[in-house]
Design a protein. Structure first.
Length: 108
């Protein structure tokens, strides 16, 4: 319905909410809308997991959303004050590393 109304970008993307799974969103709407956000679950991952787990989570989500374009990285919600700085660094470093496209990327 939002796409039919002319919405081009969806923000926020809360990947832990019902019917907001990254794979499902990208499959159903990825060729019609840009996803702005959803790159890291701030409620269940960013403040609670180890830096390597944060990096793995971000890598997985970014690679789902960036397929064939249409993704702007941003975490799901604001970063709270109790999040370890090394987790924030892991999130942004991984997002940067995964932001590049392979020249052989299949855009079909």
């Amino acid at each position: 319905m939002l796409i039919d109304c002319g919405v081009d970008v969806l923000n926020p993307v809360q990947i832990s909410a019902k019917e907001m799974e990254p794979e499902k969103l990208k499959q159903q709407f990825g060729d019609q809308i840009v996803f702005w956000g959803g790159g890291c679950d701030t409620q269940n991952v960013l403040g609670l997991k180890a830096p390597d787990e944060v990096a793995s989570h971000v890598r997985s989500v970014v690679n789902i959303f960036k397929a064939c374009g249409g993704f702007v990285f941003n975490q799901v919600h604001n970063i709270m004050g109790n999040v370890p700085p090394e987790n924030i660094v892991a999130m942004f470093d991984t997002a940067y590393e995964e932001s590049f496209y392979d020249s052989n990327e299949n855009w079909e």
